[in-house]
Design a protein around this ligand. Structure first.
Ligand code: GTP
Length: 351
């Protein structure tokens, strides 16, 4: 293909990709673009995820002989992604070089392309090719990924809270909406093992975490120490939850968690573990900090405002009854500690 034709293709692709405002969608579209431009026999995209035990490798996209399968994180809450280690040395090698083309023993080629956000590798594409793509096309792909990297940094800035680095309210709306669209089971995007492993009783959960007497912390120690408490709490939450659970800061000292597919018992244990961890963590200067947590099951379909409203009612109950505790909205209803709400309206709004 002549050079100017590559340039036109590159501009067209970039104008499409930079319109995307969601990381999952961007990875999916990039996979489709690479498939179209390089025509590999097989393409795999792995996201690298930080977890308390180290970097994990989660396969997000696989295209096999033109057949595309997407594995969103939310769908994999019961299957632990493997740690980055010796088994994926090929992946580690690609992190050192942005683009790496090697010849396979059978005469074909393996192309590794690292995807970066804010100087940090967040994922790797692995393409199995019958023949070498050629220098010009490889350069175009390399430039495209360089520009996508800039776009990803802007995307990160727009999706996250600048103080804690957690996702912001706007991102919550997008994620919740997507969770509703996916429903509790999407056979198209799920492997058979995941379908079998999923227990019938499992569900998604939403928790609202609120620091107790935060105003007193600010008043006594100053806003800088208050901010420090927020940052440390965000770190404790990251350690407490699994890498596929989603943590948001809604502003102020209110945090919202979306827990993947687990039973009521596990949801209670998970939120209770966070409450305990915070209570026993020595916060520099401030000392002891506690949180109250209200949580509820997320029915599908449901509206974000209804579900948050339920978790908020459970949180309010926890605050009214001594703070430093976790309350399950449905349990409070069942025990007669909260009144049943009015019957739901017929229409469902997703935002
Ligand atoms: N340091 C700091 N403080 C904040 C931030 N956002 C909100 N706040 C403060 O958080 C405090 C929240 O106070 P309240 O809503 O009265 O709640 P509380 O004192 O935590 O009391 P309870 O929730 O009833 O236990 C206020 O003093 C806000 O000024 C922030 O980004 N940084």
């Amino acid at each position: 293909m002549p050079q100017h034709q590559y340039t036109i293709t590159l501009l067209q692709v970039l104008s499409h990709l930079t319109r995307i405002r969601d990381l999952d969608m961007l990875e999916l579209s990039l996979s489709a673009v690479l498939q179209e431009q390089l025509q590999p026999e097989q393409l795999t995209y792995c996201r690298l995820l930080e977890s308390p035990t180290g970097l994990r490798v989660h396969t997000m996209v696989r295209i096999d002989k033109g057949d595309l399968r997407h594995f969103p994180l939310e769908e994999h809450s019961r299957v632990q992604a493997p740690l980055l280690g010796d088994k994926n040395h090929w992946l580690m090698a690609s992190l050192e070089h942005n683009t790496r083309l090697t010849r396979r023993g059978d005469g074909g080629f393996q192309l590794l392309l690292a995807l970066h956000q804010d100087q940090q590798a967040i994922g790797v594409f692995e393409l199995q090719l019958l023949r070498s793509p050629g220098h010009d096309l490889l350069q175009v792909v390399d430039r495209m990924l360089g520009l996508v990297r800039n776009h990803l940094s802007l995307l990160r800035y727009a999706e996250h809270d600048s103080l804690t680095g957690l996702m912001n309210r706007k991102t919550f709306d997008v994620r919740f909406h997507r969770m509703m669209l996916m429903g509790h089971h999407t056979p198209m995007t799920m492997g058979p093992t995941t379908m079998q492993e999923r227990a019938v009783s499992d569900a998604y959960w939403l928790g609202v975490v609120d620091i107790d007497h935060f105003k007193v912390i600010n008043d006594r120690f100053g806003h800088l120490y208050g901010d420090e408490v927020l940052i440390l709490l965000a770190g404790l939450m990251r350690q407490n939850f699994r890498y596929h659970d989603q943590i948001f800061r809604f502003g102020g000292e209110e945090f919202v968690i979306l827990l993947g597919n687990i039973s009521a018992e596990h949801a209670q244990q998970t939120f209770e573990r966070l409450r305990w961890t915070v209570e026993h963590h020595p916060f520099p200067q401030v000392g002891k900090v506690t949180v109250s947590i209200g949580y509820t099951r997320i029915p599908v379909p449901s509206s974000a405002s209804d579900v948050i409203g339920q978790a908020d009612r459970a949180l309010y109950y926890a605050k009214q009854h001594g703070r430093n505790q976790c309350c399950n909205y449905l349990q409070l209803l069942q025990d007669g500690k909260l009144n049943q709400p009015d019957a739901p309206r017929g229409d469902i709004e997703l935002f």
